[in-house]
Ligand binder design. Structure first.
Ligand code: KIV
Length: 286
């Protein structure tokens, strides 16, 4: 394990001030968290995308607080020093500010998160404000917001037309004014992302598929390594095909077991002759 210093909100704002891009990834499990901690990732989002990538649902909507807490706890154990963000699942904050604060608090108390993220613009600004008032750092999420995919017409670019882009600029301002420390812009045009980044005064902007002109970048870990077989978004960059390596390994394992080539001697344990002989004696087989 590396000897990293704990990332804090001042650390992140210092990076922004110094023009150093913030590196953010999703993560859902302990071994991957260990890798990300060692790689020096700044911020981890335990995204409700785990409903699709880890639990095999068709959308993020069935994910519960219990699912999120369990995964966030595992990630925290593997990555003690990253700035850890718990993603508020569907209908855990939309109904009331009171529920939003209670569920945000669970991420902090039960999973050791540093902050939470929730989706939505001006209509969710009062939720962000209530959570921030409770002493919990909150991140906004605009553009393609997967929990509203049905209302948005699917997983598609948002803010292409000027009027829709203006609404996203207004939403970003409302979240910033409500106290969000950061806003994730998912799949909006690069120039819209640039405008919002240039206007941000009290928060920083993270891009997911929204171009380079933001304070930091987010990728979905499973997309980076070919680990989600159902779908590869255009915005994802594949840094290695771990999925292919795993599939090849599985096929080889099956072949070797069937051909009695596995296990080899180094894969199992022997017994001393005298113990073996005594065992046979005990069993009446000698
Ligand atoms: O759940 C998630 O991983 C997210 C990303 C799509 C940003 O919210």
């Amino acid at each position: 394990m590396s000897e990293r210093k704990k990332i804090t909100l001042p650390t992140l704002f210092k990076k922004v001030e110094q023009g150093e891009p913030i590196v953010m990834l999703t993560c859902y499990d302990y071994p991957t968290a260990c890798f990300q901690e060692d790689a020096g990732i700044d911020m981890i989002l335990v995204g409700d995308s785990l409903g699709m990538t880890m639990l095999g649902y068709d959308s993020t909507l069935p994910v519960t607080m219990e699912d999120m807490i369990r995964h966030a706890q595992a990630v925290r154990r593997g990555a003690p020093n990253v700035w850890l963000i718990g993603d508020m699942p569907y209908m855990t904050y939309q109904i009331s500010s009171e529920e939003a604060v209670r569920n945000a608090g669970r991420f902090m108390a039960e999973a050791g998160c540093d902050a939470i993220k929730l989706e939505g613009g001006v209509e969710m600004a009062d939720r962000i404000a209530a959570i921030v008032r409770a002493g919990i750092p909150a991140m906004g999420h605009l553009g393609l917001t997967p929990q509203s995919a049905s209302a948005l017409g699917g997983f598609r670019l948002q803010g292409k037309a000027a009027a829709q882009a203006k609404k996203i600029v207004d939403d970003a301002k409302a979240l910033e004014d409500a106290g969000a420390f950061a806003i994730l812009l998912e799949m909006v045009p690069d120039r819209l992302c640039q405008i919002i980044t240039e206007r941000a005064e009290k928060c920083f902007i993270i891009s997911l598929g929204s171009g380079p002109n933001a304070h930091g970048q987010l990728l979905i870990y499973h997309d980076m390594f070919g680990l989600y077989p159902k779908f590869k978004p255009r915005m994802a960059k594949v840094y290695g095909d771990a999925g292919k390596v795993i599939q090849q390994g599985l096929a080889q394992y099956a072949r070797e077991v069937r051909a009695r080539q596995f296990p080899q001697q180094e894969n199992y344990f022997g017994m001393k002759d005298e113990e073996y002989d005594e065992l046979l004696l005990m069993l009446g087989q000698s």
